[in-house]
Design a protein around this ligand. Sequence first.
Ligand code: SF4
Ligand code: SF4
Length: 566
Amino acid sequence: MLASLFKFRGGVKPASHKDESTQAPIARAPLPAQLVVPLRQSAGGTPQPLVSAGQKVLKGERIGAPEGSFSAAIHAPTSGSVRAVESHMLPHPSGLSAPCVVIEPDGEERWIERVPVNYATASPDALRDLLRDSGVVGLGGATFPSHLKLKPGAAGRIGTLIINGAECEPWITCDDLLMRERAGEIVRGIAILRHIASAERVLIGIEDNKPQAIAAMRAATAQSGDIEVVPVPTRYPAGGEKQLIRVLTGIEIPYGRIGPEFGVQCFNVGTARSVHRAIELGEPLISRIVTLTGNVERPGNFEVLIGTPIDELLTLAAPKADTDRFIMGGPMMGFTLPRTDLPVTKAANCILAASPALFPPQGPEMPCIRCGACTRACPAELQPHELYWFSRAKNFGKAQEYGIFDCIECGCCAYVCPSNIRLVDYYRFAKSSMRTLEREKAASDAARVRFEFRNQREEREKAEKAARLAAKTAAARQAIAGADKPAPAAAPTQATAGPAQALPQLDDAKKALIAAAIARAQAQKEGVQPKNIDNLTPEKQAEIREIEARRAQVREMAKTPPEEPV
Ligand code: SF4
Ligand code: SF4
């Protein structure tokens, strides 16, 4: 069945600049002197380090264990020694630092034992676990763990698999070269993804400005007649996940919902190849294809070990003297690197050298003239100028109401804005502020719950203590009364029971202790001997003898049961 194409709204057509880096085949980047492997390279938690300084590792050995099911494992990209597990700056717009494993390669490239798996005989659950443990994440840029994307959603199963070979962002060509040169590996990975998802239909979407990639993929899928290679019109951002799903199936996935809920899921071509290598070759994800392009002497695509310092990589492309900055990703969605001694991560699809000639500085921002160009260009059907006003005024509630989280940060609005407003920067600021506020609110809610719980616990402990004290006092009073006057033979109650029985709320051990103390007091009382009064005056001696006689009389009277009232 031939796929019919649908349109997505908006989009732009910037100059593609693809030819610069597609003239040479993919080359392998040399082994660097040191690899800095970030432990967190996907959505989800940060994997826990499994190695420590001084330890030897093999190529492909696990060095980071996935945290729960919401992250993917991290592996040593080569054999060597762990020099340190420490914090390093990552390639991120904020310049944030995170724990990394620093490996000094031994140059021997000694692999762990690689265990290929026949996917046809393995269960989907086992294969998903294997993908998590092999560190397979989306290589299109989002680095979402692939095993999570393969879970069937509310629709029950993923009926349609979309394979994303659109690569719509200007300058980037790593997927194009991968499809041209390694189409067979991609198709094997697609077969595994299809097996896990039980998908009936597979559509490979490739922008029509990549004829060689389209031809290579068609040749590779010729034997599997039900996989369809679909050229899609070149229009940025056709390679956005939601946009490609829309173009190939007509399905609109709203914000906050995911493809499997609609029976569809999307994987990048590089991810499909990694799936094949992880399952059928037993090789975890330790390298990726990176495009080096822009203002460089030797643009091209390189297979690069994760953790390779970007500045070592740049020597392969030879940036020109007037290069003034480096962008990770493309000019539309990428960000300027704060420094170049940062490591290549699984998200690094392109390093773009920029110069004033290639990317002339944007003019100063001018007031919004409400021309509506941004709204017409927005593929997410938002009103970018309204989002701009709300973000700028920090009116985050309104920004959310106007769907700021539907914004895919494609940059189309800023690209067409005649007022040079850096619209995406405002959205990123608003989104990160809202996420920070959310985190702070969650933290303060958790603190309040902890405080209330502690108060309740203290109140409960106070009440228990008071009850224990009251019981103890009652027991002591009862004991004294019981010592002077035996309890009636009637069934004991809380008020009339013996000392131990008067404390039903106390445990047996405590009752026994109280009873023993009372018995000792009683024995002492009964064994009281007359004091030695011989050295007192005769008058004093007579007085004391009289007091003793009266006390004895009272004790005798207390032993006699009271007369029944008439
Ligand atoms: S394109 Fe720029 S000037 Fe025009 S409405 Fe949008 S933000 Fe305002
Ligand atoms: S960056 Fe956001 S608001 Fe601007 S065009 Fe893209 S999706 Fe629309």
